[in-house]
Design a protein around this ligand. Structure first.
Ligand code: MG
Length: 394
């Protein structure tokens, strides 16, 4: 290969980093020798050390948003008109990485808690000598043991930053083939049958995920089925009893439904064991599968798991969960929590590893924070931008 006299951005980054560390080392030696030999002011030497150390630290900043839904979004647990979300930015040597964590009332980590924790430990978040995102996740996991949502946002930003430094999209860094990404579904929230039909007709799509778990839900699915041949999936959001599930799932199979998400309460393991043995349709855990340790528990109770980046604390643990679920012979889905295009782009990077993907947040919201997530009839259209593959708009 002929050297054309130009260095890549990545090479400059590595060089700059080594240079900063050398300067830091020299200044530390200088400070120590100053102190030992009383040649210079100790305070002056330490100030210099701190100044240089700051230049190689990361900078973290954040913004919060309250993004409106196109339609009020109703599931078996309630209705939302807006999605509060936190966006973090990590800046390192001129590169900027972004991550997101939406607040979900069910998991009891509001935006205020994420902001409070981040403000309290911001200096430690910035202090980490960033070299790879997996090491950063371990550090964050111990820094915020009770705030998986905040860890997710920072982990995602770390991965975006890393991809930008390497000038590659994450799927390329992981050697994944995007042709293998499954089509994403489009979610129809609970509403009057007329309104649900209106939503479906407004968005012709090859796969719909229908929220159920309320009285009259079989009639809703039957009404939709009369107007579409698309693949239908249902999500009960823990809204059924075992008896209801045993009665409803065969009816849903007759209506051509493909899979059922979280039929029973999250900790009804005994009920799930029985349902798992009798269900004619594959069952996926969502509320029952939050963290990495839940994957093992779901084996022999569910046919698959629905990983969500926010609840499991980011891309790093999600990749391990995908591997473990496959080892246990379970199907793997990654779902969204109504993230903007920032969090949704992270799901797109993992999509080639998945059997099922639900990443329609930007389609359900009427405002967005970034550009870069686009679809053609459910097919994810990847671009050439590095990292998560997004351009932020703020
Ligand atoms: Mg779900």
């Amino acid at each position: 290969m002929v050297f054309d006299g130009r260095y890549s951005k990545e090479t400059w980054y590595k060089g700059l980093k080594i240079f900063c560390w050398l300067i830091k080392l020299l200044l530390h030696l200088f400070a120590v020798s100053s102190f030992l030999f009383h040649r210079f002011s100790v305070a002056y030497s330490f100030l210099l050390c701190i100044f240089v150390a700051q230049q190689s630290n990361m900078k973290v900043s954040y913004k919060t948003f309250n993004l409106p839904f196109k339609y009020p979004f109703t599931i078996s647990k309630g209705t939302k008109t807006h999605q509060p979300t936190l966006i973090v930015e990590l800046e390192h040597f001129g590169f900027k990485g972004y991550g997101e964590a939406p607040a979900i009332a069910y998991y009891n980590i509001p935006i205020e808690k994420m902001v409070e924790d981040l403000e309290r430990k911001k200096i430690f978040v910035e202090k980490f000598a960033f070299s790879d995102p997996e090491r950063y996740w371990h550090y964050l996991h111990h820094l915020f043991p009770a705030n998986s949502f905040l860890v997710c946002a920072l982990d995602m930003a770390g991965w975006d930053l890393y991809g930008k430094i390497k000038r590659k999209q994450l799927h390329a860094l992981w050697n994944l083939n995007t042709d293998e990404s499954p089509l994403t579904d489009y979610t129809i929230g609970i509403d009057s049958i007329d309104k649900m039909l209106e939503k479906m007709k407004e968005k012709p799509w090859p796969i719909y995920k229908v929220k159920v778990g309320v009285e009259g839900d079989i009639e809703m699915v039957a009404a939709l089925r009369k107007h579409t041949n698309a693949v239908l999936r249902v999500d009960a959001n823990a809204g059924w009893t075992l008896e209801q599930a045993l009665m409803k799932i065969p009816l849903l199979k007759e209506l051509g439904v493909e899979m059922i998400e979280q039929p029973l309460a999250k900790d009804n393991w005994e009920g799930m064991k029985l349902l798992y043995e009798k269900s004619p349709l594959p069952l996926f855990a969502d509320e029952s599968c939050v963290a990495e340790s839940d994957v093992e528990k779901c084996a022999d109770h569910f046919h698959g798991i629905n990983i969500k980046l926010t609840k499991c604390s980011g891309i790093t643990p999600a990749r391990r969960m995908i591997n473990r679920a496959k080892e246990l012979d379970m199907q793997v889905m990654v779902g969204c929590m109504n993230e903007s295009s920032v969090g949704t782009a992270a799901i797109a990077q993992l999509a080639p590893l998945l059997d099922v993907v639900d990443m329609d947040g930007p389609l359900l919201l009427s405002e967005d924070i970034a550009k870069g997530v686009t679809f053609d009839q459910g097919k994810i259209l990847y671009n050439e931008l590095p990292g998560l593959g997004i351009e932020i708009n703020w």
